[in-house]
Design a protein around this ligand. Structure first.
Ligand SMILES: Cc1ncc(C[n+]2csc(CCOP(=O)(O)OP(=O)(O)O)c2C)c(N)n1
Ligand SMILES: [Mg+2]
Length: 634
């Protein structure tokens, strides 16, 4: 028996986590920047005691940050991890029951976006001595089940430490998955309340500094040669760049590939910034919320080269974006799951490695000049559309358009500043309009598009990048869903600029509802009418500016463009968090993507609006394609 050290399961866990590092390209950093937490009886005396002991005795080990909502803490952690290209994240500690299950939405968001976060929900007693406990779920059909089993389908790895002996293998597996570029996501390790406080003699090696290498899997030589041949034979190839390009640190490799070959790029939400907006090969957003340039080129492409993309419905315009009669796909992705999509030639590899090798193999190859001229002209056309909507004046009622608000923030922010958003009409509008001038300048969570991510995510971004200003763009609906982390922003002295866009309800779902024949039903924040008994009465007198001010931060109300511009300048010049409150007209849309999104419409209805929408739906649906044919390798 080697040397051991006696401590509790919780103390061992915190000591272990504080000693973990990630390594990529020779750069080592701590895997966990710290631990967000909210204490309850499930964790206060176990993990909580261990965190206290660590803060007093080893303050750098795993700094503790108190959040306000468990879901929000996961959002902050995930946003942080995204800004750190998945090389560093946070631990999130919660109590049992509601504290734990509040994290479920965050877990789903992390796993869907393939972003690492370590969740440590507390769990019911392993020895069942006092069951049923406060907040314990009892099911007549199973004795070993707890609410935490709900994390299983949402986690990239799930474990529960019933006995101290299980701790080391559970933690090792958790680290393996967090640092695996293909498998990463929410990693959940549950800690029964009584187990957290048990003492055990741990081998000292468990707590030694440990470095987890983040792999860059190389492409298979033969497959890559085939990919190069397919690209050489394409007349109108198009790259679809996703978040994987960022996580691989492949933005320079992508630029080199595109400059050498002349192949243009459409970007997914997570892939925006992979080329800066004015790069000659950058056509901006692609798909349902894409630019007309990307979408026109997508419609004609004979080859799509997907790099680090999941091909979500927004990216493929629900499989209507690519209309070339013989279009095929080559996919570069670390995850086999994504590489095989659309019957593509699968290059299962790290994006940077594969792109660099491909550029070499394609030396001397360039697409035809006529193609370059065509996409360059389409791109210029879109840019002038953006310029014109950014300059939209106030309406006759004195309201700004959302386009103009986005334009002002874009133009008055510094190139390295970061814009953050997640749900509502703004993600789509930002995807189309935002001129990204730095690879990390655009942070829209659109894998889960979770209302409530905005402020919490903005906090995580600002903590990850203290050298950049962070602009959170949040609609009134998302703000009402979860503005709570403004309290944490104040607590942590984080400079966060929140632009709160008030349009009294859901501009996004309202417009969607109308387009689907559902007449904007139930999408505005209005009181129930005394006569009609419907939600068509007065607009609610809710004062969100006063609400924001109640968190103890400065709120600037802007009505006109001049006031908005002033507010942004004041916020940027200061070092404190600011909320800018602005009312917009929800009926002014962003310029059209000339694209579609598959949202099914009732097949039968007594409403004429629904019947008409169904006819339109059927027309679009007929254009949807399956893509079952792999590329022909010459
Ligand atoms: C948690 C969650 N619930 C519901 C939705 C569906 N949804 C998407 S956008 C939206 C409305 C957002 O309203 P707001 O933040 O005011 O933005 P706006 O649409 O007005 O731009 C809703 C309800 C969602 N994305 N996330
Ligand atoms: Mg709104």
């Amino acid at each position: 028996m080697g040397k051991t050290v006696r401590m509790t399961v919780a103390q061992a866990t915190i000591n272990f986590l504080g000693a973990q590092h990630s390594e990529s390209d020779g750069i080592e950093q701590k895997l966990f920047a710290g631990c967000f937490g909210i204490f309850g009886h499930g964790n206060v005396a176990g993990i909580g005691q261990a965190l206290l002991q660590a803060e007093l005795e080893q303050p750098e080990l795993l700094p503790y940050v108190l959040g306000r909502n468990e879901q929000a803490m996961v959002h902050s952690a995930v946003a942080y991890a995204r800004m750190k290209e998945r090389r560093q994240t946070w631990v999130v500690s919660t109590s049992v029951g509601p504290g734990a299950t509040n994290m479920l939405t965050g877990a789903a968001l992390a796993t869907i976006n393939r972003l690492p976060v370590l969740l440590l929900p507390a769990d019911t007693f392993a020895d069942r001595s006092a069951s049923p406990l406060l907040q314990e779920l009892e099911q007549p059909y199973a004795g070993d089940l707890t609410v935490n089993d709900a994390f299983r389908p949402l986690s990239a790895y799930f474990d529960r430490v019933w006995r101290p002996e299980q701790l080391a293998p559970a933690l090792m597996s958790a680290m393996r998955v967090l640092t695996d570029p293909a498998a990463t996501g929410a990693v959940t390790v549950c800690f029964p309340q009584d187990v957290q406080v048990q003492a055990y003699d741990w081998p000292v090696e468990l707590f030694e500094r440990r470095v987890w290498h983040i792999a860059r899997p190389l492409p298979e030589t033969r497959v890559l040669a085939q990919a190069a041949e397919v690209i050489r034979n394409a007349k109108r190839p198009l790259v679809v760049a996703g978040g994987g390009v960022h996580y691989s640190g492949a933005t320079d490799a992508l630029a080199a590939f595109c400059e050498a070959t002349g192949i243009p790029v459409g970007q997914t939400q997570a892939g925006k910034g992979t080329l800066v907006f004015d790069h000659p090969q950058c056509l901006g957003a692609i798909g349902s919320t894409g630019t007309t340039a990307s979408n026109a080129i997508a419609a004609e492409a004979d080859l799509v080269i997907g790099i680090g993309t999941r091909y979500s419905d927004f990216t493929t315009a629900s499989r209507t974006a690519f209309q070339g009669p013989d279009v095929t796909f080559v996919n570069i992705n670390v995850a086999g799951l994504d590489a095989v999509k659309q019957a593509g030639l699968s290059v299962v590899a790290d994006a940077r490695e594969a792109l660099t090798a491909l550029t070499g193999l394609l030396e001397g190859h360039r697409v035809e000049q006529a193609y370059v001229e065509r996409y360059t002209a389409l791109d210029a056309e879109w840019e002038s559309t953006v310029t014109s909507v950014f300059a939209q004046p106030e309406t006759d009622e004195g309201l700004l358009s959302q386009n103009a608000v986005i334009g002002a923030v874009n133009e008055l922010s510094d190139p390295r500043d970061v814009v953050v958003c997640a749900a509502g009409s703004m993600p789509g509008d930002l995807h189309k309009l935002w001129r990204t001038r730095d690879p990390k300048g655009y942070h829209v969570e659109y894998g889960y598009s979770c209302m409530g991510y905005e402020v919490a995510g903005g906090l995580g971004v600002a903590m990850a990048c203290p050298d950049r200003d962070v602009f959170v763009m949040v609609g009134d609906g998302s703000y009402l869903m979860m503005a709570t982390e403004l309290a944490t922003v104040v607590q942590e002295h984080v400079k966060l600029i929140t632009v709160l866009v008030q349009n009294h309800g859901y501009a996004s779902i309202g417009a969607l509802s109308e387009s689907l024949g559902s007449q904007r039903f139930g999408t505005r924040y209005r009181a129930r009418g005394a006569q009609s008994h419907r939600l068509d009465g007065d607009f609610l007198p809710v004062d969100l500016a006063a609400n924001a001010a109640s968190f103890g931060l400065e709120v600037i109300k802007a009505r006109t463009m001049a006031e908005l511009a002033d507010a942004i300048k004041v916020a940027k010049a200061g070092s404190e968090p600011v909320v800018i409150y602005v009312e917009t007209d929800p009926f002014i849309d962003a310029p059209s993507s000339e694209s579609w999104w598959d949202v099914p419409v009732s097949a039968t209805s007594t409403l004429e609006s629904t019947q008409q929408a169904r006819t339109t739906y059927d027309e679009h649906k007929a254009r949807q394609r399956l893509f079952l044919t792999p590329p022909r390798v010459p």
